[in-house]
Design a protein around this ligand. Structure first.
Ligand SMILES: NC(=O)c1ccc[n+]([C@@H]2O[C@H](COP(=O)([O-])OP(=O)(O)OC[C@H]3O[C@@H](n4cnc5c(N)ncnc54)[C@H](OP(=O)(O)O)[C@@H]3O)[C@@H](O)[C@H]2O)c1
Length: 234
């Protein structure tokens, strides 16, 4: 697709991977809306990068409807949904799992992503065109100790991606799964404090670059899944 003049909806765009992706899309001439729960952080980021802010929680169905209402009022049509919003939850072992934590994490990482995609898919079916990026994780390809809740939520996102690929290709919709390994963002920090950059670990920019590169491929082709590692993080 051509980024210039296309429209993008990025969930969780006030920090980290979402913000870096929105910024890169805007630099390439895309028209971009970003969402987030913390209003002041969202507005600050939107002003900084030139995005349209939509104050909304991707884990709340009523906010998802509001997101699309506000997006379509501003941009008229959607070319690409970037399902990026996600949280880690608690890092418990099997002995200490609790249902509330599953519900918190799944409401955003799984149910929120699914409902965001549902609205997008209905628009895309009508226009016979569209793109969805699902930001998953290497945690969604291999489990690890203390990872039950988060890893399983990302496995679910991977499974849903494959279902949507099977359902939407005939409408010229590309659904692309992106699996970053560790990226130095504010992920897991309630204050939104970003971790300090170090030269051998991934930055949000590498993931933004991956997302934009897969989108820039001519519409006749698409990358179903891509994983990004740091070359030498040790
Ligand atoms: N960082 C990593 O190492 C890593 C690795 C693999 C995959 N990922 C995935 O990459 C995605 C982005 O992570 P990140 O590292 O960029 O995290 P981050 O720095 O914590 O940023 C998360 C962004 O999402 C927003 N957000 C969180 N929950 C939201 C919700 N319910 N509705 C709307 N916005 C929401 C946050 O703003 P508010 O808090 O104000 O809502 C923030 O803008 C996540 O899906 C994560 O699972 C991250």
């Amino acid at each position: 697709m051509q980024i210039k003049d296309s429209t993008f909806l990025v969930t969780g765009g006030s920090l980290g991977i979402g913000k870096a992706t929105a910024k890169l899309l805007i630099e390439k001439g895309g028209k971009v809306a970003i969402t987030g729960r913390n209003k002041s952080r969202l507005e600050k980021a939107a002003k900084e990068i030139g995005a349209f802010p939509i104050h909304a929680d991707a884990g709340k169905p009523e906010d998802i409807k509001k997101t699309y209402d506000e997006f379509l009022k501003e941009f008229k049509k959607l070319d690409c949904l970037i399902n990026n919003a996600g949280i880690g939850g608690k890092w418990n072992q099997v002995f200490d799992l609790d249902l509330e934590d599953f519900m918190n994490v799944y409401s955003i990482n799984v149910f929120g992503a699914a409902l965001m995609a549902k609205y997008a898919a209905n628009l895309f079916k009508k226009q016979n065109y569209g793109n969805i990026i699902n930001v998953s994780s290497t945690a969604g390809t291999k489990g690890f100790a203390n990872g039950t809740v988060y890893a399983s939520s990302k496995f679910a996102l991977r499974g849903m991606t494959q279902c949507w690929q099977a359902e939407l290709r005939k409408y010229n919709v590309r659904v692309i799964l992106v699996n970053p390994s560790e990226v130095l963002t504010a992920f897991g920090d309630d204050e939104g404090k970003e971790r300090k950059e170090v030269s051998n670990k991934l930055r949000s920019y590498e993931i933004a670059h991956t997302i934009v590169s897969t989108l820039e491929m001519d519409d006749r082709g698409f990358v179903p899944e891509v994983t990004v590692w740091a070359t030498n993080p040790f």
